[in-house]
Design a protein. Structure first.
Length: 181
């Protein structure tokens, strides 16, 4: 059995590099290049040489607005360094296709880790959807019961409030009757 290198790929690092753009979970070319241990230029060149493997639903280039919006989410104003071109976004299928373009043991390990992260994210979303549905069902079932309780509490509060008597000595505004009358 081969020993694994100590520079393991941490799933938490990968999950922080997955963004939601155009209704899809994607990873940017700069982040992928760092994970694979190659220059962004080399990654993009490898993709361009094999562009037939990357249809529009696997890979797209960010628009200026998308890039500006994404960049504004980070504190560092020069996020991603100086660029001449907008970054590419790889969908899950695009990342999987990278394994056929980039070779080497590091590429294999990175791809496995990324695929596992995408699967884990899908599982988490499915679990959250189930939890959300359960909560909504509970709200529907118990909503009527709680409405009765809230109505009772409100009516009790309304009964307690009424005209308040003032406290203290109050002089009468009418004149006292004289004894002669």
């Amino acid at each position: 059995m081969k020993k694994r290198k100590s520079n393991a790929i941490v799933p938490a690092t990968i999950s922080r590099k997955i963004y939601f753009l155009r209704g899809q979970r994607v990873m940017l070319s700069a982040d992928l290049a760092r994970l694979y241990g190659v220059e962004v230029r080399a990654l993009v060149q490898a993709v361009q040489r094999n562009i037939e493997r990357f249809p529009d639903d696997f890979l797209f280039q960010l628009t200026d607005d998308e890039y500006t919006n994404l960049k504004s989410q980070f504190v560092i104003s020069s996020w991603g360094g100086a660029r001449r071109a907008r970054p590419y976004a790889f969908t899950e299928q695009g990342v999987a296709m990278l394994s056929s373009v980039l070779r080497g043991s590091r590429a294999v390990q990175v791809n496995i880790a990324i695929m596992r992260t995408f699967v884990r994210l899908r599982e988490m979303l499915a679990t959250n959807q189930k939890l959300r549905r359960k909560i909504e069902d509970m709200e529907k079932r118990y909503d009527a019961k709680f409405q009765v309780i809230f109505a009772t509490i409100e009516s009790m509060l309304e009964e307690e409030e009424g005209p308040k008597r003032s406290i203290g000595f109050h002089a009468s505004l009418t004149k006292p009757k004289s004894r002669d009358s």
